[in-house]
Design a protein around this ligand. Structure first.
Ligand code: GDP
Length: 433
């Protein structure tokens, strides 16, 4: 279904993140009908990397559409479902500009509804991290920002237009956070001056970027344009559908585009599921098909599996079909992009996790509770690997038969056709089917 022939294309990851979504978004954005690329969830805890002619460009809060601007105009949109940290956002803009990428109000729209991560959110995050055993976050106070927003104590980008109102709005969350900092953690309170100083440092620069993305995006659809929604994080990290509590703070499945940028999920015509040929996960939390031997080190090294935002080494697992089947049930896509298959060249034996055994019995669907997951064992199937270097291969027929068979097996649970295969980090290292 389309809206006046405009289309929404969604790019998302059903598993644990860092699967190379940015490269797929970048590839799709070469289509001249693409007018906008929107981030609708998460904050600058996401890290998206694109390699253009050997140069690595990483973005965190700004959609990777800004990079496509080097060739043709694409509007990047930070939707209201995101949270932004002004200091980090402007630092990101500066680093993009240093690479010759223009970031101006004509090509970047920041929703006036986007919640701000301020000094006191960061102070609370730091206090919690030093006192708490959960070291699974990127320390960017993303969850603190969403949490205070849900307590009706958020401050949104559009509030900056009226400084008096802004100043009033801060009082409540500041008092709340300071009470926790002082009484729970015995720390020094954040002063209002500190918060206002951060805001005033960026306010003038920010105002020209602000607007109502709902109007802009729905207008583009009426003009028969294509909008790409760039998912951040991943399905298994969704706070409701994923492995709670080791999840991210914002929703990650297709429905999130509705509240995240005001686009109706019914306008999605291409829902591209991006999966890595193997699995990786950064930080704590279950990874049932985790590899615990030197094969994991080999894959980590070859695949450069270190967090884009934090540099933390990622844990490595076999491709997981239980996750794939969950995705096919909860949020089936229209096509599948499989990335990083080049990394598995030479890996012997090659395995795939086909099922989980819970206390010795096969389970029907991905479990909801940590307790169940604690008792899950992977059922692994062995497949034939390949040794031919497939880096940079651009046609399916050039792939060894064993690689083709492996990819077909990875795709099976998703119940949708393979449309792209990543054979290296560079923009050009891709098979399009
Ligand atoms: P995202 O968070 O899903 O956008 O993932 P990232 O942008 O962090 O991508 C993870 C890493 O994989 C980046 O360094 C990419 O350059 C790299 N990458 C993406 N696709 C491929 C691929 O097909 N092969 C290889 N070897 N690396 C890839």
């Amino acid at each position: 279904m389309t809206r006046n022939n405009g289309e929404v294309w969604l790019v998302r990851d059903p598993s644990f993140g860092d699967c190379g979504k940015a490269k797929i978004v970048d590839h799709l954005s070469a289509d001249p009908r693409v007018a906008a690329i929107v981030r609708f969830n998460g904050g600058d805890n996401a890290g998206h990397t694109i390699v253009v002619n050997g140069t690595k460009i990483a973005v965190h809060a700004i959609p990777c559409g800004v990079i496509r601007n080097l060739e043709h105009p694409v509007l990047s949109v930070i939707g209201r479902g995101m949270v932004i940290n002004l200091t980090r956002l402007f630092a990101e803009m500066t680093s993009l500009r240093e690479r010759g990428i223009s970031v101006i109000p004509e090509n970047l729209l920041i929703s006036e509804g986007t919640h701000l991560t301020l000094t006191y959110h960061m102070a609370l995050e730091k206090a919690r991290e030093t006192s708490n055993s959960r070291k699974n976050t990127t320390s960017r106070a993303i969850s603190q920002t969403y949490a205070l927003a849900r307590l009706y104590q958020g401050v949104r980008a559009g509030d900056l237009r009226n400084l008096d109102r802004m100043s009033e709005l801060i009082d409540l969350p500041l008092a709340y956070v300071n009470a926790i900092l002082e009484k729970v953690y015995g720390l020094t309170a954040v002063t209002k001056d500190e918060v206002m100083a951060e805001i005033l440092a960026y306010r003038e620069q920010l105002l020209p970027f602000l607007g109502n993305e709902i109007i802009v995006l729905n207008r583009l659809l009426k003009q028969e344009k294509v909008i790409i929604c760039e998912g951040a994080q991943s399905g298994m990290l969704d706070p409701d559908l994923g492995i709670y509590p080791n999840t991210t703070a914002s929703n990650t499945w297709p429905g999130a585009i509705q509240s995240g940028c005001g686009l109706n999920p019914r306008w999605i015509t291409r829902d591209v599921i991006v999966v890595k040929a193997f699995t990786s996960r950064v930080g704590d939390g279950h990874l049932v098909a985790e590899i615990h031997n030197e094969t994991a080190d080999l894959i980590r090294q070859k695949g450069q599996e270190y967090g884009t935002s934090t540099g933390r080494p990622r844990r490595i697992g076999w491709n997981d079909q239980v996750v794939g089947r969950f995705c096919a049930m909860v949020g089936p896509g229209t096509e599948l992009a499989i990335t990083k298959v080049d990394v598995l060249t030479g890996i012997e034996p090659l395995r795939i996790c086909t099922d989980y055994l819970l206390n010795g019995r096969l389970i029907e669907i991905f479990p909801t509770t940590v307790d169940e997951l604690n008792h899950c064992q992977p059922v692994l199937e062995e497949l034939n690997g390949w040794t031919k270097d497939i880096t940079g291969v651009t046609s399916w027929n050039e792939l060894p038969l064993n690689t083709q068979a492996y990819l077909t097996m990875v795709a099976k649970p998703f119940d949708c056709p393979i449309s792209m295969v990543g054979t290296g980090p560079d923009r050009k290292q891709i098979i399009v089917l």
